[in-house]
Design a protein around this ligand. Sequence first.
Ligand code: SAM
Length: 261
Amino acid sequence: TSFGFRTVPEDEKEHLVKNVFDSVASSYDLMNDASSLGVHRLWKDTFVSSLRPGRKGPLRCIDVAGGTGDIALRILDYAREEYADRETTVDVVDINGQMLKEGFRRFKKTMYHNTPQISFYEANAQELPSSQFTDDSYDLYTIAFGIRNCTSIPAVLSEAYRVLKPGGTFACLEFSKVNNPLLSFAYDQYSFSMIPLLGTILAGDRASYQYLVESIRKFPPQPEFAKMIREAGFTTGKEIDGGAWTDLWGGVACIHTGVKI
Ligand code: SAM
């Protein structure tokens, strides 16, 4: 079913993505909960808790396409709760000022507000200003449900590689390809009808949520994306050992990691 959705030419994509997130910013957290029945929270918990096994020292992190700060907040909470670490920092980067504003407002209610642990920056993942985001400067780069919205995935990966320290980790959480045909069918039915419908009811904005569903459909499948990560210079686990990525819910979402050599 297309609901009149039009395929967006690549040169219009950036502008459209900005409008989409402008219009969903204030309802974004509510919609995330409604459309995934709260499951995105579990995926984000799994994602963040898998990122620093055994790495006790404070980390310098950058969360790109960080939106309203869901990942950043988890990184800081996890560091504090698991490692008694109050020095890890997260720079949240997003192309959309409205999403960042929601994030800033949210952090005001946390203990991290007004501390060096959290900062917000409006910038494009594909060209992080090199004066601010210098080469070899981060231990951890995260991007959750964001890379599929970017016009050029290789440009994002190359910037991630540039800003990470040697030995630093790139970690991506993204909707992906469901391999089981039955699950895939059920998921398609759900996402193509329920999510735009929920978008209409909860956010009064069907078109934006249709775009979000369509962008999931177009994202490269797991082996192809893992290859792109390697082409950017990272090492990933071996595909044959199942180590190149971790599927969540049979591939509805997926975690990819790479280490900068
Ligand atoms: N990471 C957050 C989360 O998991 O809740 C937000 C995910 S939201 C689906 C996608 C975000 O990507 C939006 O905030 C959007 O503004 C941002 N985005 C889209 N294109 C971008 C780009 N080229 N550079 C930086 N951020 C971008």
